[in-house]
Design a binder for this molecule. Sequence first.
Ligand code: GCU
Length: 138
Amino acid sequence: DAATRYEAESARVSQGVVESNHAGYSGSGFVNGDNAAGSYVEWTVQAASAGTATVALRYANGSTGNRPGDVSVNGAVVSAARAFGPTGAWSTWATSTLTVTLRAGANTIRVTAATAAGNPNLDHLDLETASSDTAPPT
Ligand code: GCU
């Protein structure tokens, strides 16, 4: 199936601001989280049915160190201190992709800064759920 895009600037943000001063983002901007542990961006995404899905997190990290973030789904950490390594510039964007398990309906996906450095700048989340195509009856 085609991925569904959820912009960070439309997500719930704790300790951070929406900005647009570094080019290359989708939508109207990105979230610059505070340089503080615990700051987060939380998306609410929809799944037609329970099962696995691919989550692609687009980010920029113009610093020289990792910006580790805990990725949680519906409140449970599924990827602790995910690296979000340097991308070379704040206007150079990369994608960090992981597989998650969702329930049918609404799910929350949160990236919480694991260190005092804070999160990378976050642009969007692309969600690809398993295909709902079924074979036609024969
Ligand atoms: C710079 C950059 C911001 C970034 C910040 C950071 O200030 O312009 O977009 O969020 O560094 O270190 O997180």
